[in-house]
Every structure is written in C-alpha cells, then in structure tokens.
Design a binder for this molecule. Sequence first.
Ligand SMILES: NC(=O)c1ccc[n+]([C@@H]2O[C@H](COP(=O)([O-])OP(=O)(O)OC[C@H]3O[C@@H](n4cnc5c(N)ncnc54)[C@H](O)[C@@H]3O)[C@@H](O)[C@H]2O)c1
Ligand SMILES: O=C(O)C[C@H](O)C(=O)O
Length: 328
Amino acid sequence: MAETPVNVTVTGAAGQIGYALLFRIASGQLLGAQTPVRLRLLEIPAAVRAAEGTALELQDGAFPLLSGVDVFDNPKAAFDGANVALLVGARPRTKGMERGDLLEANGGIFKPQGEAINAGAAADIKVLVVGNPANTNALIAQSHAPDVPADRFTAMTRLDHNRALAQLAGKLGVSVSALKKVTIWGNHSATQYPDVSHALVEGRSVAEAVDRGWLVDEFIPRVAKRGAEIIEVRGASSAASAASAAIDHVYDWVNGTPEGDWTSAAIVSDGSYGVPAGLVSSFPVTSAGGKWEIVQGLEVDEFSRGRIDASVAELTEERDAVQRLGLI
Ligand SMILES: NC(=O)c1ccc[n+]([C@@H]2O[C@H](COP(=O)([O-])OP(=O)(O)OC[C@H]3O[C@@H](n4cnc5c(N)ncnc54)[C@H](O)[C@@H]3O)[C@@H](O)[C@H]2O)c1
Ligand SMILES: O=C(O)C[C@H](O)C(=O)O
C-alpha cells in the first residue's frame, strides 16, 4: 500500500451525490485498492453540521484505506494540498431563475473555488466538476487558476456515456462490456450528442446492428434527456448513478483507460474536431499516465457534424454569457 494518503476534496459533501460518493471513495473505488485517502469535505456553513454527520458515518465504516476526514466551510482551507477535487456542490436552478441568473450564482461558487485551487492545491491536482452547468462551471474555475495546467480541469459527461452504454446494451441484448468506442460530444445538457458512428458491439458496427430510426428518434433523445427523465420519475436528480460516473471518470484518469476502447469526458478543447480552443467540451478520450488525450482522426459525417456544432454553439453561448458577467 502507498504510504502517503491522497487528499481528495469533495464539495457539496452533504448533498445527495456527496452521500453516494464519499463511501465509495473511502472504500478505495476512486483511486484503487492500494491507495489510502484523506477526505476534505467542503460545505456551505448551513450544511457543515450535516457534513460532520457524514464524517462520523465514514469513521463508523472502518475503511482500512481512509486515513481521515476533515470538514470545512472555507474553500482555501478545503483545497489546501488537494490532489483530487470533486466539485459537486452547485446552485440549483430555482423557480423564476433565468439561465443568466444560474450562471451568475454558480460563478459565485466556482470563481473562489478556482482561486483556492490555484492558491493551495498540490502540484498534481486533478479536478472534476459535477455541479451543473458542469462544463461552464469547469471553465469558470479553470480561468481562475492560471498557475494550474488547464488540462487538469474536467467536467463530467461520464454519466451520459454510461447511460448510452446501458441503452445500447438493452437494445442489443448484450452486456455493457460487449460495447466499445461510444462517444458523448459537447455539453452535459440536452444538446449533447451521443454518437455511435464508431461504436462496436462484440467487434461489429453498432450503427449496422441497430436501425437508424431507433438511433435518431429514440436513442439520442433518451440519453440526452435522461437527466430530466430521472428527475421526473425519481422526484430528484440522479445521485447514485452520478456518483458512480464520477468514480469511473477519476479512476480512469488516474489508472488509464483499457486498450482498444475510449470513454467520454469534458476537457479543455485544443481545437480538435472544430471545437473552439478553450471551451470545456466532451470528446472521445483515452487516458494514460494521468493525462486525457482526445482520440484523433475520427471521421465525422454530416449528421454528426450538425449535432456536434449545435452542442458546441450552446457551450459558446454559455461562455459568452459568463464573459459578459465578468466571471471569466
Ligand atoms: N454532470 C452530471 O452528470 C450531473 C449529474 C447529476 C447531478 N449533477 C449536478 O450535481 C450537483 C449536485 O447534485 P446533488 O443532487 O448532490 O445536489 P444537492 O442539492 O443534494 O447537494 C448539493 C450540495 O452542495 C452544497 N453547496 C452549495 N454551494 C456550495 C459551495 N459553495 N461550496 C460547497 N458546497 C456547496 C449544498 O449545501 C448541498 O449540500 C447539481 O448541480 C446537479 O445538477 C450533475
Ligand atoms: O441535475 C440535473 O439537471 C440532471 C443531471 O445533470 C443528470 O444528468 O442527471
């Protein structure tokens, strides 16, 4: 077992996703069964007591890999020495709130968190933003951390990726492990593009194994609007599945993706596939040596081009809105 615990900061620790996430981190599923962790929980003052309650439960779990839990209401302290940061806490949209209000409220959270990461996180910091609007919140945090390499800031589209795998597996009557090379492009929103153009099922083309009508009229909207479907059916937004996807994202980032496959993550664009450099957009990605790489050289047909461009246009609007608000 590694000697020095890895510091993992989790914001929104007293929330739904936090509750589903923390015990999995403590059990070793985020970083691997050989890596001890120290949890640093950040909450707003009103929820610190609840986070302290969760910390007591974490203690009661007697996890061999958990070397300690600290609770903070101050971002500077919470991110001090952080090696991994999971930015889950965000301001949800409430009745009567316009999109601009939501972006502004979240700017008030992700700007100081980016500054705190810049000021005190460890040199190897890796950041995953889960709180919505995740891509643009990641952009805000990243733009306030000029001393941290931009590729350390990511946003979560792994839940969308997992949803796509599950829908395809159900349709094809196979295990999710039979599927490879599925991609989510763009924003974690209803404009995202779940793309099976290059996907394989047991080595055969998925696009040839399912009919196009199902792909366009059922699969794509089902995956893209799954978040809303969960809210409608469950009465609250996805929590355990979101926590599970966050675990998958960080595990693969740290430990690498399997040979012959890729996954999806929203990372800072380098201009690949016509996505303007600097936007935090979802791409097909592999990971090796603790770095995400965009899968290059994929053919993008006209249908895919239109869908990618539509989601990227939304990301560009969000970026322009936060720029106008002075948040980046
Ligand atoms: N990217 C994805 O795939 C995905 C999936 C599901 C949910 N989400 C988003 O994740 C976020 C969290 O969801 P949830 O169900 O856990 O919400 P929740 O309301 O149960 O919990 C959010 C927690 O964040 C805390 N918080 C708010 N501002 C904070 C701040 N400045 N610092 C630290 N903590 C703060 C709140 O006190 C609360 O405890 C939401 O924005 C949700 O929309 C994203
Ligand atoms: O919280 C939401 O709006 C939905 C969430 O992002 C999800 O995809 O489940």
